[in-house]
Design a protein around this ligand. Sequence first.
Ligand SMILES: [Cu+2]
Length: 94
Amino acid sequence: MQRWLTAAVLCGAAAAHATPVEWVPATVVQVAPERARITLDHARIGSIGMAPMVMPFKVDRAVDLRPFQAGDKVRFQVTSRDGHLQVQALEKAP
Ligand SMILES: [Cu+2]
């Protein structure tokens, strides 16, 4: 019984992470940490069918924007909620 429960828990955890997260390449154009905003020159975003462009994004408060500056090559994850795009993750390009 104990073994079965462990397997079930592990399966649930795997399923929660089954959806691949899209990392989108971009270049930072402007950063406003105090407003939780960033302007990115981003590559195509496949998950929402958006063409490459320069545009401002709202950024999740959990993301620390202070290490970033204009010109940085980055990659980011974006979610669309109620029609509003929000950057959920951001890091320097690997
Ligand atoms: Cu865009």
